[in-house]
Design a protein around this ligand. Structure first.
Ligand SMILES: Nc1ncnc2c1ncn2[C@@H]1O[C@H](COP(=O)(O)OP(=O)(O)OP(=O)(O)OP(=O)(O)OC[C@H]2O[C@@H](n3cnc4c(N)ncnc43)[C@H](O)[C@@H]2O)[C@@H](O)[C@H]1O
Length: 274
């Protein structure tokens, strides 16, 4: 009975299946945490969605920015970009079932001291608070006005959390923190420009995990391939799981009980669309 957390799969179905085989993963016995960005970049997002959905209650999956991108393209009036590899999902006969499954995923999964989100956790947010905020977004995503929510989702403002935020600005800020954050400043303001390694930090900004917290959770996140699984000078207990499978890196699983990392080399090259 093991629990594994797997980094950004990004449409890399062959690597996903190989990794599950290497783990001897058994959905009747084991649990899989998926850190989001199941789709896009890699060659077979459709098979990844089907695989995750098929595993049923053995899977806990949070939403990433590319998962939102798919939902916005399918149900929020958005358009695919040149390098997206999501067309097969949009044209699939079972697309509505798969999109319904994706759209009902949370933005945070918590068990004991473990917390998984796609991008990370703001230093000033407590664990109860992040669960509540994730539920607020999930209610908007699964409610009758979900199409309006997806149509209004994109944007970089507000770039700083305030408990007094409400409506769409509040929800957008939560989504941006939990699915897009990398560098923040001392006031918790998000940067949306830098997406490479540590040395791409804008002046006055640092990785979110280099800011101290009042509590001591075990954080799991993906999103940031250029970190290559490392979190230098972290001031919180943290595990970076995006090891850039879609960029020719690797797909990584972490055994939560032992701390062992199991890796499968990436075969795909991002932008190879099907
Ligand atoms: N509220 C919202 N508002 C606006 N848009 C929203 C949104 N919510 C969702 N979105 C959507 O978000 C999607 C992504 O936007 P992008 O703007 O393309 O996001 P990104 O920073 O490139 O992030 P990504 O998630 O792809 O990160 P990764 O580390 O893999 O890759 C980042 C970079 O790292 C590089 N990289 C990978 N491995 C590396 C390594 N080992 N070393 C150095 N660089 C590496 C890659 O080349 C790449 O350039 C878009 O489709 C957009 O529509």
């Amino acid at each position: 009975m093991s629990t594994y957390a797997i980094g950004d799969v990004h449409g890399c179905h062959a690597e996903f299946v190989t990794l599950l085989e290497q783990l001897s993963f058994d959905p009747r016995r084991d649990t899989l945490w998926l850190v989001g960005d199941l789709v896009n970049r890699g060659p077979d997002s459709l098979a990844c969605l089907r695989e995750a959905e098929r595993l049923g209650s053995a899977v806990q999956c949070v939403l990433g920015n590319h998962d939102f991108h798919l939902l916005v393209a399918a149900r929020g009036g958005g358009k695919l970009k040149k390098n997206d590899s999501l067309k097969a999902v949009l044209e699939a006969p079972d697309r509505e079932r798969l999109l319904d499954w994706l759209q009902s995923r949370p933005l945070a999964v918590r068990h004991d001291a473990w917390l998984m989100t796609h991008a990370g956790l703001l230093p000033q947010w407590g664990l109860d608070q992040v669960e509540t905020l994730s539920q607020e977004v999930q209610a908007a995503l699964t409610g009758e006005q979900s199409g309006d929510f997806l149509r209004q989702l994109y944007g970089n403002h507000p770039d700083r959390w305030d408990d007094a935020l409400d409506g769409m600005e509040r929800l957008r800020c939560v989504v941006n923190v939990l699915t897009r954050m990398r560098f923040i400043d001392a006031e918790g303001r998000l940067d949306f420009t830098a997406n490479k390694g540590m040395d791409s930090a804008p002046a006055g900004f640092a990785p979110w995990f280099q800011f101290p917290r009042d509590d001591d959770p075990q954080l799991l996140f993906g999103h940031w391939a250029a970190l290559e699984g490392r979190t230098p000078d972290a001031r919180v207990r943290v595990n970076a799981l995006d090891t850039g499978c879609a960029w020719g890196g690797a797909l990584t699983a972490l055994d939560l009980a032992t701390g062992e990392r199991i890796r499968v080399p990436g075969r795909a090259s991002a932008g190879v669309a099907r």
